[in-house]
Structure formats: C-alpha cells, structure tokens
Ligand binder design. Sequence first.
Ligand code: S3P
Length: 184
Amino acid sequence: MESVKALRNGKSFDYNIVLIGFMGTGKSTIAECLSNCFDMKKVEMDQEIVNREGMSIADIFSVHGEEYFRDAETNLLKEMQSEKNVVISCGGGTPLRDVNVQEMKKNGKVVLLTAKPETIYERVKDDHDRPLLENNKSAKFIEDMLLKRQDKYLAAADIIVETDGKSKLEICKDIVSALTALEK
Ligand code: S3P
C-alpha cells in the first residue's frame, strides 16, 4: 500500500476515479484498494442501488426489469457529480449509456479494467447475483458479450489497465502511474 502511495508522494486525487469494465474485471476489489491507499471515499454503485431498493440485483432485474436498474444507475451517477476525491466502482453495464459516460467525465477520470474471457469466467463462475450471466456462464458467452460492449468501454476510457495475472497491488500501481501521467 505504501508503495502505491509513494508513486504520488502521498498526494491524493482532486477528481473522482471512475472504475469501469466488464463483470469480473476486479472493479470492486481495486476500488477498495485505491480508497484505502489514498483515504478516498468509495462508492460501490451496485451496492448503493441494492441498499436503496432493499433488494438484490437479481431481484431488481426480475421484479422491475433491466431498464429500471439502468435508470437507477443514471440517477446515482448524476447525484455523485457533486463530489470529488471519490473512487466510484460502476456496474459492468454503466458505460453503455452515453449519458452515464458524460456524467463520469464531469468530475472524474475513467479507468477501464480489462481481462480475458477465460479469466472473467473463472472469477464469476460461482457467483449467482449477475442476472445477465446466470444460466449463460461460459467463456464463449462472456467473449461474445464483451465484443458487443467493447466499443462503448473503449470510447469511455481515459486509461486502460489489463488485470490478467496481476496482483491487486500491481493493478493499483498501474492505475496510479497512468493517472499521474495524465496530469502532466
Ligand atoms: C451488469 C454488471 C453488474 C450489475 C448488473 C449488470 C452488467 O455489475 O451492475 O448485474 O450489465 O454488466 P458488476 O460488473 O459489478 O458485476
């Protein structure tokens, strides 16, 4: 952790760090790590929506439908633009709406985390709170869905960090170095 902080001489960020990427690319884990390193507030969008709705993501999808969930994401992102120095961990589908990307960029730098379909499959296979993958869990399905989303992810990103085979500390260091380079 100290080694991550040292990359910026302990200086934090005067903008939000917005983590995007497909399900299972490590957004939540890395958000936790960055928020600990730099003593930043963390907002886990999925968790915040679950808390507000009082039901799981799977239940929100089955009771209200996907569009309702997507609207909740947009509203939450808009709300968060009054804050800075926050690590925001988005849901995997958040950057698919252009309006969401516009909101992210108002006060934040957008970090895209990537992973190979096989890596993602291994990370998500035992989890049951991802309605879009439930009953569809295979590296092939993930690859196809990733390909459909790829252009949106790339267009939203200020920086891109690969996560395959890296420790969370290595990923955090890569992010911090790339963000610091952007500031110059
Ligand atoms: C989704 C990703 C999920 C969650 C919802 C939809 C998506 O978040 O928001 O199940 O469309 O990719 P994670 O990326 O945190 O799993």
